[in-house]
Design a protein around this ligand. Sequence first.
Ligand SMILES: [Zn+2]
Length: 127
Amino acid sequence: MPMFQRPTAIRRKTLRMILAASKDAYPNEFGAILRAEAGVITELLLIPGTVGGKRHAIFQLWNMPPDFSVVGTVHSHPSGVFHPSDEDLHLFSRFGGVHIITGRPYDEATWAAWDNAGRPVALEVVP
Ligand SMILES: [Zn+2]
């Protein structure tokens, strides 16, 4: 059985997709599941119903049978603060992986990744 591998990088294309989706969803939140290959986040799984503040659905999806390409979540904060809220920390603590939060205005300087304890995770942006 494959082991969970914490991602260490994200493709620039994927990051740009996340930032564009965050902008599109504004003033609502955007949410998606992150998939990775060999430690690099490469893909978003968009889940209907996560836009419009119903982002808890992203965590429900994660309750499905183990898929070790699923490495975490992403959601946007229209407030611009890209630190986890108390509610985020509670949800992160119930799941492993890495959790990206984007903050308005959703550019390459207004996002961060966090672990399940709310500690910052360094993700290298790679071509
Ligand atoms: Zn949040």
